[in-house]
Design a protein around this ligand. Structure first.
Ligand code: PMP
Length: 407
């Protein structure tokens, strides 16, 4: 694959041009939320400026144009994930809402006392808490397959926890706290052998890898727009059409019905059944522009670039005395978590900010991962299409300052 023209890409992201504390801004927090290219900002602006109206209901031109723009994005998402049908694409607020939707509409009606839901030890809180709430309601048990010292799923352990009681499996594709890329294809196959359907949390994978739901064989897949250079407040649940068709609505309201009387209502087919109320119209349009943007660069090139950065960062951080990388899996993407001696990650983040380097410090909404390693928090650098080797060098230089101040 031809290398990325990173300087040209950086020019697409106006926010990166501003200095930060008098220094060049080095943005290394894309795993929390990625910055937006001009193409996305313009697409949202154009929507509001030229053709905005509520969708689906209008007979007038503007409404038809906004409906068309909104609906066209389903096709882009379907192509991005290699789905089979645009109707498999449900627009939601983000990965969090997608997981809650599956929990309530697919799993809840199938879950009873003594049943189990299986997750891994590296899940984001959004792939833990909805299942805890559900298990509490149903008298079911949340089962966790623990992670290894390197921050990987132990496939043998995972398999051993799949039993006749396992009603559902929900696993993260790429860990936001560790960067681990999970062997989800094997995990899905194992779950299916036991008759359990699988949701894959793709919040950290879709921005960094090519995802093919047909090849993976999953039943549900979700991601958030804001991590793939699109706007916040919009995301996707992809689901197998036969499963979506069997599922009751998640929320009731306008747009999700076929016919309503006070006695009863008939629901629309998927995906409309799951999109009650006026959706984030301009947000979906912006997501479409983001998908086009990534597609034009090429997912493979993005993956290769970020992988090279990750290798470089791993080597350079390894040279900083006192740095311990948390998460040393063989397969990683986009994320490098670390601690530096006994310096609190928040202090690392604050000193780095003074040097213009934006990283995340904390538990990354994955407190059980922190507990696993006996730490309260990590410092986390994460990469996007606009990051360079210079950014990694700036991070390492700034860590030198942290050492001067605290060690
Ligand atoms: N899963 C993972 C792995 C994540 O990294 C995140 C966001 N940090 C989420 C789920 C939740 O995404 P959102 O907050 O956009 O709903």
């Amino acid at each position: 694959v031809a290398p990325l023209a990173v300087e040209r890409i950086r020019a697409d992201f106006p926010i990166l041009a501003q200095p930060m504390n008098g220094k060049r801004l080095v943005f290394l927090d894309s795993a929390a939320s990625a910055q937006k290219p001009v193409a996305v900002i313009r697409a949202i602006e154009e929507c509001y400026q030229n053709y905005y109206a509520n969708i689906h209901r209008g007979v007038y031109q503007l409404s038809q144009r906004s409906t068309q723009a909104y609906e066209a994005v389903r096709g882009k998402v379907r192509a991005l994930l290699n789905g089979a049908d645009d109707r498999e694409v449900v627009f939601v607020r983000g990965a969090t809402e997608a997981i809650n939707l599956v929990a309530h509409s697919y799993v809840r009606p199938r879950l009873g006392p003594g049943d189990e839901i299986l997750i891994t030890g590296m899940e984001h809180h959004s792939n833990i808490v909805p299942w805890q709430l559900l298990c509490e309601q149903a008298g079911a048990t949340l089962v966790v397959s623990p992670i290894t010292d390197t921050g990987e799923v132990d496939l043998e352990d995972f398999r051993s926890r799949l039993t006749a009681r396992t009603k559902f499996v929900s696993v993260v594709h790429v860990s936001n706290a560790l960067g681990t890329v999970n062997p989800v294809q094997e995990m899905i196959a194992a779950a299916h052998e036991r008759g359990a359907a699988v949701l894959v949390d793709g919040a950290q994978s879709v921005p960094h890898l090519s995802v093919d739901v047909a090849e993976l064989g999953c039943d549900f897949y979700c991601f958030s727009g804001h991590k793939i250079y699109g706007p916040s407040g919009v995301g996707v649940l992809w689901g197998r059409l036969d499963l979506l068709r069997e599922m009751p609505p998640y929320q009731g309201g306008g747009e999700m019905i076929r016919y309503v009387t006070f006695e009863r209502s008939e629901f629309a087919e998927p995906p409309q059944r799951f999109e009650a109320g006026t959706p984030n119209i301009a947000g979906v349009v912006g997501l479409g522009a983001a998908i086009d943007y990534v597609h034009a660069i090429g997912t493979e090139r993005v993956a290769a670039h970020e992988h090279a950065l990750l290798d470089y960062a791993t080597a350079r951080l390894g040279e900083v005395e006192g740095v311990r990388i948390i998460g040393t899996a063989a397969a990683k993407a986009g994320v490098i978590s670390f601690v530096l001696g006994r310096v609190h990650p928040h202090d690392i983040g604050t000193v780095l900010d003074l040097e213009g380097v934006a990283i995340r410090a904390g538990h990354h909404c994955a407190q059980p991962v922190m507990q696993r390693y006996g730490i309260a928090a990590t410092a986390r650098a994460s990469f996007g299409v606009y990051n360079t080797y210079d950014d990694v060098d700036a991070l390492v230089r700034a860590l030198g300052k942290v050492r001067e101040l605290f060690i």
